[in-house]
Write a protein that binds this ligand. Structure first.
Ligand SMILES: Nc1ncnc2c1ncn2[C@@H]1O[C@H](COP(=O)(O)OP(=O)(O)O)[C@@H](O)[C@H]1O
Ligand SMILES: [Mg+2]
Length: 363
């Protein structure tokens, strides 16, 4: 919480989560997690399904109020309200895409912009007569962002008509529209094909180069280890390990966590079964050979890079949906937030209206 960084390191801490715990009744989804993200960094958060990654993100962004612990952004404790967190400089995307489906691509980005404009969301959308100038500036910025993600030619398309991968990119543009200092991406490549995934990687590097720190959840290990300066692995709500990509990649516990017992109702259970079968085969094959010692580890090491990315790539389109609905439906526990940037098929009515002041900007 002290902003006085020792000047020997030029690294400024952008995000600092200390002892973040989130309980839902008897279930502790996140247990005492500490995590820092420094300026200029891309940090990865990995872990099996149900490990608590999304819950942790929700705690960081004010969607959930952590049972214990604090979250600070640039030395100041964040207010536990999504809108205020965004205003403070932390933007995010969602595992299950949240766009205003019946609004245009451009309008979706403008919605993301409203925390940074005086006129607020409604005037941005309703185009009140007094706000033309501010609106033009917002629109110019929104178009810049669309150009950045490569969707400028689809500015007037309805969001719902975009292919899945482009919807994910649009969500990133909307998040960027709030001029964040930190962006949190929850499975940004879920449902993308390999080319799109590669493009997303480039996009995230470019975001980092714009001076925005990145914290990213992903299942695609190749993607994560290629992209991230540091990676933390969450297992059953606890941080198992944190280190450089190569440290985490080689850690037996991480491999075990991914290949270990599947969680109950885990959507990854099928994958896990396939891995198990592969291990079994490898073990049997190895039995026939002289050195049986390292079989398990070897089988695991071999099975892992094959199965994980393959599974991620194989999902064609909204394949994430089961996981997503599971993730977001129990929201009853969290009255705090859902209202804030909760796009639905409907117009963006509820809750999002910020202080729609009528102070004339442009005349
Ligand atoms: N609002 C909620 N109410 C009750 N349980 C929840 C809620 N949100 C998440 N959980 C539970 O917390 C655990 C972690 O889920 P989640 O954070 O979505 O995992 P991950 O993103 O790592 O796959 C799961 O067991 C999930 O069912
Ligand atoms: Mg999740």
């Amino acid at each position: 919480m002290t902003t006085t960084d020792t000047t020997t390191t030029t690294k400024t801490t952008v995000l600092e989560a200390s002892g973040v715990t989130m309980r839902f009744g008897g279930l502790t989804a996140v247990k005492g997690v500490d995590l820092k993200v420094n300026a200029g960094e891309i940090v990865g958060l990995i872990g099996p399904n149900g490990a608590g990654k999304t819950t942790f993100f929700n705690c960081l962004t004010g969607l959930y109020v952590p049972t214990e612990g604090t979250v600070s952004y640039k030395g100041t404790v964040l207010p536990p309200t999504p809108h205020k967190v965004t205003a403070a400089g932390v933007a995010r995307t969602f595992q299950n895409i949240r766009l205003f489906h019946n609004m245009t691509v451009l309008e979706n980005v403008l919605v993301g912009r409203h925390t940074r404009t005086k006129e607020g969301l409604w005037s941005a959308l309703l185009r009140g007569p007094g706000f033309k100038k501010a609106e033009a500036a917002s629109e110019a910025r929104a178009m810049e962002l669309l150009q950045f993600i490569g969707l400028e030619n689809k500015a007037q398309h309805l969001a719902k008509n975009l292919p899945y991968g482009e919807q994910r990119k649009l969500e990133i543009a909307r998040a960027l529209a709030s001029d964040p200092g930190l962006i949190l991406l929850d499975e940004p490549t879920a449902g993308m094909n390999p080319q799109e995934t590669r493009a997303a990687e480039e996009l995230i590097f470019a975001i980092r180069d714009m001076g925005i720190a990145v914290l990213v959840i992903e299942h695609d290990m190749r993607f994560i280890f290629n992209l991230c300066d540091r990676v933390a692995c969450l297992v059953q709500g606890e941080k198992l390990i944190e280190g450089t990509a190569s440290e985490v990649q080689g850690d037996e516990r991480v491999i075990a966590a991914y290949l270990g017992e599947p969680f109950e109702g885990d959507p990854g259970a099928a994958e896990a079964a396939a891995v198990e079968a592969a291990e079994q085969n490898a073990a049997e094959a190895a039995e026939a050979e002289p050195a049986p010692a390292a079989t398990e580890a070897e089988a695991a090491a071999e099975a892992e890079p094959e199965t994980a990315p393959a599974a991620a790539e194989a999902e064609p389109e909204p394949a994430t949906t089961e996981a997503d609905t599971a993730e977001e439906t129990p929201a009853t526990e969290t009255p705090a937030a859902e209202a804030t940037t909760e796009p639905d098929d409907t117009t963006p009515g509820t809750g999002t209206t910020s202080t729609t002041s009528t102070e004339g900007e442009a005349k």
